[in-house]
Ligand binder design. Structure first.
Ligand SMILES: *[C@@H]1O[C@H](CO)[C@@H](O)[C@H](O)[C@H]1NC(C)=O
Ligand SMILES: *[C@@H]1O[C@H](CO)[C@@H](O)[C@H](O)[C@H]1NC(C)=O
Ligand SMILES: *[C@@H]1O[C@H](CO)[C@@H](O)[C@H](O)[C@H]1NC(C)=O
Ligand SMILES: *[C@@H]1O[C@H](CO)[C@@H](O)[C@H](O)[C@H]1NC(C)=O
Ligand SMILES: *[C@@H]1O[C@H](CO)[C@@H](O)[C@H](O)[C@H]1NC(C)=O
Ligand SMILES: [Zn+2]
Length: 491
């Protein structure tokens, strides 16, 4: 199906290519072969212009041996055991009991913390576990009495650049059809024991490894009542000026089967917001003026995941969606976006609404409810691998360059960039790359190694392509790219 669409689009492109003068066609003789099957339109002359071959073609990054080892340890049996255990608490509604040892959100919270603590024992002191919380007062909406709201947080301290952190989260609270009913059975296997199982499984595996930057594995509460746990975490980081260089929420990553039975078991969606929610009007106006609306930090994070985590080791395709979230839905990446951090949301390729936010009930012979029998543990394991590859690749690369500008002082036909080292002085930087792509391409197509410098001039007009700058470190690990804003002519 996908292939026939691609062929159809390709034939359209060929037809339109034949309509252009022969001279233009000859330029197509040594095209840059598009790498991305998700972007068949890259074949089209109009979208792959200019035909520059400056730099080398960007290929998907192959995991090194340590990352391959990490990915190979992801266990569908562990993922399944975690989900069944979380479901066994009956409900994990944020307003449910916190004193019953076997039922309710309190018991679930304590079990998650005890699992993290078990993994931390193998970390040589690098992993610490906390259960930060606060009392959420009635909000006139989905919280009707004061409630202790707790996140469970395992922090694996980076070995070289510990002040730079990456967060991976899922929410451990659940709900039924009525979001206020905290006593009904709300198994929440897919939404969102699946996401929590990924935080746990990656914490277990990575506890015995030493990423250069810090990775934080989280299970938050209060998602269904108003994103409270995630908001608390994001605000805590923001108030303490913590450099959260990237955040992922895994929310509803448990199944690849749609409501019509269609399966798409090798695809995960990644929702990435456009222009930052926190940009002021001046920054926003400049961004729109230079066509930077598709190059927010969250989009660059999404492109990064596509480059490092869609491969034969994860056995997954990453379908980047240029959107904050699905219609009518919200998620735990939003509070991080609102705090000014780059954040994105993983969600299964198709959703079956019979198995989300439903009471567990059989109606007309059809089973409703978010039950583990509708989860695909191999699929969740592959999603865990995508997260693992992304987090490991982020944490082992240097941070992103800062103060990245394109020099627009003169009207000329090339592009000069200036930038500064990553926050913290450039720990682990061995050099920088300028990346570029046609303005209509979804992903970076070319990279130019410019060495360990803080300015570079490229013989390609800034008017015709999108540029980004990224840091390079040991082992060829690269940061996500940063979009250059114009350098004011006065500075
Ligand atoms: C963060 O700081 C704001 C402003 O001082 C304060 O209102 C808020 O309670 C703080 N949040 C957290 C989680 O520390
Ligand atoms: C907008 O933000 C930029 C960067 O932080 C700052 O330099 C500028 O003064 C701000 N402008 C306004 C109008 O707030
Ligand atoms: C997705 O990835 C798998 C494994 O890497 C591959 O076999 C498959 O062809 C891909 N499917 C699509 C639709 O891209
Ligand atoms: C920007 O370009 C102008 C003119 O080409 C040059 O004089 C200036 O030094 C450049 N600025 C930086 C920061 O490199
Ligand atoms: C840019 O302009 C210079 C002269 O100002 C010319 O030598 C050069 O070939 C031009 N480069 C491109 C890519 O058009
Ligand atoms: Zn959810």
């Amino acid at each position: 199906m996908a292939r026939s669409i691609a062929l159809f689009l390709l034939s359209l492109c060929i037809t339109s290519a034949l309509a252009v003068p022969a001279q233009r066609l000859s330029l197509r003789q040594s095209p840059n072969p598009p790498q991305d099957i998700q972007s068949p339109l890259l074949f089209c002359p109009a979208s792959s212009w200019p035909q520059a071959d400056i730099g080398s073609l960007i290929e998907p990054q192959v995991p090194d041996s340590e990352l391959q080892d990490i990915l190979s340890q992801v266990s569908p049996a562990n993922i399944e055991a975690t989900i069944l255990k979380l479901v066994s608490f009956g409900t994990r509604h944020t307003l449910s009991t916190q004193t019953d040892p076997n039922r309710g959100i309190g018991a679930a919270r304590d079990w998650i913390a005890s699992e993290f603590r078990k993994y931390a024992e193998a970390s040589d002191g690098f992993m610490t576990v906390e259960v930060p919380g606060y009392v959420q007062q009635p909000d006139g909406d989905r919280v009707t009495f004061p409630i202790l709201l707790s996140d469970v947080v395992a922090t694996l301290k980076g070995s070289e650049d510990p002040e730079r952190i990456y967060v991976v989260s899922g929410h451990y609270d659940t709900r039924c059809l009525d979001p206020m009913d905290y006593e009904c059975d709300a198994p929440g296997a897919d939404d969102d024991a699946s996401g929590v199982s990924i935080s746990l499984e990656l914490a277990r595996i990575m506890a015995t490894h030493r990423p250069k930057a810090t990775i934080v594995f989280v299970a938050v509460a209060g998602e269904e009542q108003g994103l409270y746990g995630s908001q608390f975490l994001a605000q805590t980081y923001k108030n303490n000026s913590v450099n959260v260089a990237g955040m992922f929420t895994n929310d509803i990553v448990g199944s690849s089967t749609g409501d019509d039975g269609t399966k798409d078991p090798h695809t995960i969606r990644l929702f990435a917001q456009g222009p930052p929610l926190t940009e002021n009007s001046t920054q926003r106006a400049t961004r729109l003026n230079v066509g930077g609306e598709n190059d927010s930090p969250s989009r660059e994070l999404g492109r990064f995941v596509h480059e490092v985590a869609a491969n034969e080791y994860t056995e997954m395709n990453v379908s980047l969606i240029y959107r904050l979230d699905r219609y009518l839905r919200g998620g735990d990446h939003r509070p991080f976006l609102e705090a000014g951090y780059a954040a994105a949301r993983f969600t299964e390729p198709m959703e079956d609404f019979k198995h989300q936010h439903q009471d567990v009930v059989v109606k007309d012979g059809v089973q409703y409810g978010d039950l583990p029998e509708f989860c695909d543990f191999d699929f969740i394991s592959r999603v865990a691998k995508v997260n693992g590859a992304a987090l490991w690749s982020l944490a082992n690369a240097p941070g992103q360059p800062t103060n990245v500008y394109v020099n627009t002082t003169a009207l000329d036909n090339n592009s000069q960039f200036v930038w500064q080292p990553p926050i913290g002085g450039g720990i682990g930087v061995t050099g920088y790359e300028i990346v570029w792509r046609p303005t209509t391409a979804a992903f970076w197509t070319h990279a130019i190694d410019v060495g360990d410098v803080l300015t570079a001039k490229i013989d390609l007009s800034k008017d015709n392509v999108v540029f980004g700058i990224r840091s390079v470190g040991a082992g060829g690990y690269k940061s996500p790219a940063v979009f250059p804003f114009p350098l004011a002519s006065s500075s």
